[in-house]
Ligand binder design. Structure first.
Ligand SMILES: [Zn+2]
Ligand SMILES: [Zn+2]
Length: 202
């Protein structure tokens, strides 16, 4: 079942205020622009499960940040996908069973606050990935590189509102913990596909 992001806009949203993604500016300088952005971009969206037709409401913009709040971000459009990753690196990094992320276009993702530490690694596929981590509290906020230079993978647990999250794509199931049961109809991959899967599942 694909997570189709049906943007049910109650109002036409302006795209004007998104500065180029991942460009850091001091929080203070951004505040007036941000307030304007919040006013102009506020909208409702739903994340729709194609199988059941269930709609889960999410508000735009979405906000989040690191644990110590010195890095904050704003997301101004619905994500392309919500996924979990069961690779051993994610298990190690999160000291948990899997990681969860949302895929967001860079143009709709704005990072604010202190400059994150960039930690580079190379995947088995040879793709270079960069994890952006708070240099103060160590929280992993997002990753860039890999699939598509036009998107960022924002760590789902760093969102202020996680109530609407429902992952429907699952990577690296071959190293999944045996007690993790994935919902019927979700898209699963033994490893990781070359491209981010989009569209309907079957
Ligand atoms: Zn922090
Ligand atoms: Zn992973």
């Amino acid at each position: 079942m694909a997570l189709m992001v049906g943007l049910v806009t109650s109002r036409k949203r302006s795209q004007k205020a998104c500065c180029s993604a991942l460009k850091l500016r001091p929080m203070r300088a951004l505040l007036p622009a941000m307030l304007g952005t919040l006013r102009s971009l506020r909208a409702d969206a739903t994340v729709t499960c194609m199988k059941t037709g269930t709609h889960v409401a999410m508000k735009l913009p979405q906000t989040g940040g690191c644990l110590c709040r010195k890095i904050r971000y704003e997301i101004t459009e619905a994500p392309q996908a919500v996924y979990t990753c069961h690779c051993v690196d994610c298990q190690h990094l999160t000291s948990s069973a899997f990681s969860m992320a949302i895929v967001v276009r860079n143009a709709a993702f704005r990072l604010m606050g202190i400059e994150p530490r960039q930690i580079q690694s190379t995947a088995d596929s040879g793709r270079v990935k960069i994890r952006w981590v708070c240099s103060e509290c160590g929280c992993w906020v997002c990753s860039v590189g890999g699939w598509d230079s036009g998107t960022s993978r924002v760590r789902a647990g760093t969102l202020d509102d996680t109530s609407w999250l429902r992952p429907t794509i699952h990577f690296w199931t071959r190293s999944k913990q045996p007690w993790v049961t994935l919902p019927d109809g979700d898209r699963t991959f033994e490893t990781q596909p070359e491209q981010l899967p989009t569209g309907s599942t079957k």
